[in-house]
Design a protein around this ligand. Sequence first.
Ligand code: G4P
Length: 282
Amino acid sequence: MNINWYPGHMKKTKESIQKSLTMVDVVFELIDARIPFSSQNPIIDSIVGEKPRIIILNKADLASNNGNKLWQEYFLNKGIKSLTMDALEGKGIDKLQQLSYEATEKRRLAYEKRGVINRPTRAMILGIPNVGKSTLINSLSGRKGAKTGNRPGVTKSNQWIKTKANLELLDTPGILWPKFEDKEVALNLAFTGAIKDEILDTETLALKLVERLAKYFPNLLNNRYNVELEGKSYLEVMENIGRKRGCIIKGGEIDYTKVSSILLDEFRKGIIGKITLEFPEE
Ligand code: G4P
């Protein structure tokens, strides 16, 4: 989904989300475990305010184990609860339920004091497009396929979806705008498919991906495509991959469009490896 964000639009989204936040006890903030910094909304702290918040490093199945561990430590040091999740497979849901129970303890005790026990915990999901919000809602609710909340902000219907562990979820996630200003951030978002073909054409993007992989993950690139990296330009590496994968048009020329799609697709599906593109210390 492509949304064009304008300042007025962001302001409205923020207001509409903050209105919904008054109805929930805890926020589930989804980010992409491969690019936790780049996939965070730029003003998330001011949107969420004091509301208890749990950061979900989603798509953890596509990120490196070491990266997942370091990011969880990073958020722990900042005093924010976080966990890794594979929303497609529902891995991490038990932990999410446990953390939301812990995060809402103060409120629960206050209710219990007034004699109200077992009041469901209410939560809402927030995140930029494509981080897996609909997938998580479907996983938590046990329903399949329905694409929820295809609109920025939230709808007015405010239905509650019952899930296990006495947890209720607002049926429409809050769709936040991504960071735009930084070139590296935009590249990370484009590599992972969060913004599609918006900042660069596919071929330039794939060449940038080859550069990133050759610099930081040469072994993974070599294992997957069996290409020589030593003394080669990134374009030569890409051409070599194209040749090996039969991306040739008549006259023996490289089919750059085809090899670019293969590279981006295999990266996004985790076929090249479990790759985290940014780490906390950067
Ligand atoms: P959104 O509501 O936040 O916009 O995201 P959505 O759930 O639609 O998920 C975006 C894509 O990410 C989907 O792929 C979905 O299957 C995939 N996805 C979500 N969570 C996970 C996860 O934990 N692990 C993995 N590996 N994939 C996940 P898609 O249908 O192929 O869409 P697209 O990539 O073509 O946009």
